[in-house]
Ligand binder design. Structure first.
Ligand code: SF4
Length: 497
């Protein structure tokens, strides 16, 4: 490239940070506490997830029959997962007929080796990457770097976290935890850009910097949102246009994708496209939807060579478990993260691996083993909000409970010492009261009367005794309502049959 507008900033490759590898789920409490103690970080998570959550609500309210769409999507995913072998074969046959080379990878190492070999055969020293969670999962960047090949993330969020040397903090919005100021600081430090906090300026800086890469990279790599078995089509959705560039500009393109991303028919695509954008970001449709149907033919744009790498890496094992195979329905929309009260508080990095939030708590133990991710199924209040928003109706709370009992059997914890004795006694007392409606009613009347000592303006800021004090250590507790629900119910329905 010459001295055109796109030559303004250069990516100093030597300045890229590789994030730490491995699974750190056992540190979820420490990492979560750090986020909650950091007002800046806590606000970034709170405001971003609230925005996505609100946009989703607005978007789905405009679609008549949204619940029926969810039912249809679940039925389609159920069909495909129950007959995964059939649909995988159908997809592979059809996509090969279109001139695409199909590769099968059982493990992360195998998948990395396949991509590395393709890059080496293509003579690519740089690989421009569109967002790929499977790439994160198999630690592809580390593998490419080790082979002397430079991976450059082209999705804005991924580019930011690549500069920061971090893992994605969210399935859909990898840099959700960063404010404009954080991004500005990163750009100044790593690509020596001007200092600005104007979003449009920051985006323009990233665009100018990355534009050069699309022209220069010998290979492009993307994930896939859906694979259509009937037609052998790879479907990608995005908002930035970087996927279009990554999949068309370089001479060679690789799609790296988990085997669960299949849908049976082209006609099914409409169901998922209507759900995905609305559930994830509250958009009717993302800005770009790309359908890849093979390498270019004479007179067309696109790569000369196209490969699809179908990755297992724990998915077949999950499929073999009749209870847990439901997690393979996931279309990675991120809605369960945005609605989860735990994710909103502790953020994505606390989950200690690539996938976070409720779906991360389910799939991480599948992919890395319960031994390494034992804490994750317990990182949930089981409120059911995730199940309410999931476009394919995965029964997340139910599966979390199932994993909890598996965790207790497979990796039992030593009996707790010290204060948990008081906790156990409190729980026994609670269970005793809950089994005696009259005692419960009397207790709640007394608590309602006695709370005036600690409640102010409808909130209890601090409860002085354990274990309730742990609740108010970090959050306020709403005071008991002036009237019990039972009393209200009785009043409302007085005279009903
Ligand atoms: S579990 Fe459901 S809500 Fe969560 S990311 Fe997957 S599809 Fe979206």
């Amino acid at each position: 490239m010459g001295q055109g507008p796109y030559a303004a900033y250069r990516i100093p490759f030597t300045d890229f940070n590789m994030h730490d590898t491995g699974v750190h789920s056992s540190e979820i409490h420490e990492q979560g506490n750090k986020v909650m103690a950091d007002a800046h970080l806590a606000e970034a998570y709170r405001s971003s997830t609230l925005r996505l959550f609100t946009h989703r609500l607005q978007a789905i309210s405009e679609v008549p029959g949204f619940e029926r769409l969810r039912d249809r999507a679940r039925a389609i995913k159920c069909e495909v997962i129950e007959h995964l072998d059939y649909y995988l074969e159908q997809f592979a046959d059809n996509v090969e007929r279109r001139g695409v080379k199909v590769h099968w990878a059982t493990t992360a190492e195998e998948a990395c080796a396949v991509v590395r070999q393709i890059a080496e055969q293509a003579g690519a020293r740089e690989v421009v990457k569109a967002k790929s969670m499977v790439g994160e999962e198999i630690e592809l960047n580390q593998a490419l770097e080790a082979a002397g090949i430079r991976p450059v993330e082209s999705d804005l969020g991924e580019f930011i976290i690549q500069l920061a040397g971090e893992r994605p903090a969210h399935i859909v919005a990898p840099a959700i935890h960063m404010t404009r100021r954080d991004v500005s600081e990163l750009f100044v430090k790593h690509i020596h850009s001007e200092r600005t906090e104007v979003p449009e300026r920051l985006t323009a800086i990233a665009r100018r910097t990355l534009r050069e890469m699309f022209a220069k990279a010998g290979m492009g790599l993307s994930g896939a949102n859906f694979l259509v078995a009937e037609t052998g089509t790879v479907v990608l959705v995005e908002n930035e246009g970087n996927i279009r560039f990554s999949t068309t500009a370089p001479r060679v393109h690789v799609t790296l994708v988990g085997i669960e991303k299949l849908i049976p028919r082209f006609a099914d695509l409409g169901v998922f496209l209507r759900l995905l954008g609305r559930s994830g970001t509250g958009q009717k449709l993302t800005s770009y939807t790309s359908l890849l149907t093979g390498p270019r033919h004479a007179g067309e744009d696109g790569p000369e060579e196209m490969h699809v790498v179908l990755v297992d890496n724990g998915r077949i094992k999950t499929l073999a478990d009749p209870k847990m195979r439901e997690v393979l329905y996931c279309i990675r929309c991120g809605a369960c993260l945005n609605t989860c009260p735990v994710y909103r508080k502790i953020g994505g990095h606390a989950y200690g691996w690539v996938y976070s939030g409720p779906i991360g708590a389910l799939i991480t133990p599948q992919f890395v083993g319960l031994q390494q991710a034992r804490e994750l199924p317990f990182a949930s209040s089981l409120c059911g909000a995730c199940r309410e928003v999931c476009p394919v109706r995965i029964n997340i709370p139910d599966l979390l409970l199932h994993l909890r009992s598996e965790a207790q059997e497979e990796v039992p914890l030593p009996r707790p010492k010290g204060s948990p004795v008081r906790e156990r006694t409190s729980m026994r007392l609670w269970a005793w009261v809950m089994n005696r409606p009259r005692v419960y009613a009397l207790g709640s009347r007394l608590a309602r009367w006695g709370q005036w000592i600690i409640a102010r303006k409808g909130w209890i800021r601090r409860i002085p005794f354990y274990p309730a004090s742990r609740w108010t250590d970090r959050r306020d507790l709403p005071a008991l309502a002036p009237q019990a629900f039972r009393t209200l119910w009785k009043e409302l329905h007085d005279g009903d049959e």
